[in-house]
Design a protein around this ligand. Structure first.
Ligand code: CU
Length: 213
């Protein structure tokens, strides 16, 4: 338990689910904490039972220990975390209309199509979106299964050949966010990174999306 704060200190940074920068990622981070709390409660229960087993032999009231703790307490914690997961899962779905951009994965790079000042613009390794509004990324692949993931802006979504998957992301503030392929896809998988640049709504669509800042 004493090492938990130390370990959590390593959970910060541009590729962390625990540093959300938008409402979708915020919901996912909230669920992460809810599941950690549930797991902690169940682990504590087990530790307490193990500790008690080392003490002097005692009378074990069946109703309290087996039904109360083993069944009802565990079921209660699992039910609450399941409800939290279903609630968050529903909230992060792409409800209603949103700006659409396209992400195309291949071994081993990403290309994107998004609105530009002079019509749709295609970029390599950089996706441009407006800040402060929901964006739907339409994701596909031309070879193997990859996965689109920008931890600070939303969840993960597989990129599957012959299929287009929709993922809702949103950046609360303008900035640059790091993304990566989250499905092992071959030798260069680890290098399959990209960036998402969220622009101030006043500068949207961007004048020259091709130019990397
Ligand atoms: Cu990949």
């Amino acid at each position: 338990m004493a090492t938990v704060p130390l370990l959590l200190a390593g959970c910060d940074g541009p590729l962390s689910t625990l540093s959300p920068s938008g409402p979708v990622a915020q919901d996912i981070a909230w669920l992460w904490w809810a599941m950690l709390a549930g797991a902690t409660l169940l682990a504590l229960m087990v530790f307490v039972l193990v500790a008690l087993s080392f003490g002097r032999p005692r009378e074990v009231p069946e109703a309290r220990w087996i039904l109360g703790l083993g069944v009802w307490f565990s079921l209660g914690v699992l039910t609450l975390t399941l409800i939290a997961a279903l609630w968050v899962g529903e909230r992060i779905l792409p409800h209603g209309t949103a700006l659409e951009v396209h992400a195309h994965a291949r071994q081993w790079s990403w290309s994107f199509t998004q609105p530009g000042a002079d019509g749709p613009s295609e970029t390599q390794g950089v996706l441009h979106i407006p800040a402060g509004q929901p964006v739907d990324v339409l994701i596909t692949s031309s070879d193997v299964i990859h996965s689109f993931w920008v931890p600070q802006l939303g969840g993960k979504m597989d990129a599957i050949p012959g299929r287009v998957n929709r993922l809702r992301i949103e950046a609360a503030r303008p900035g640059t966010y790091e993304g990566l392929c989250a499905e092992f896809c071959g030798l260069e998988h680890a290098a399959m990174r990209f960036e998402v640049i969220a622009h101030d709504p006043a500068d949207w669509p961007p004048r020259a999306p091709e130019a990397r800042p």
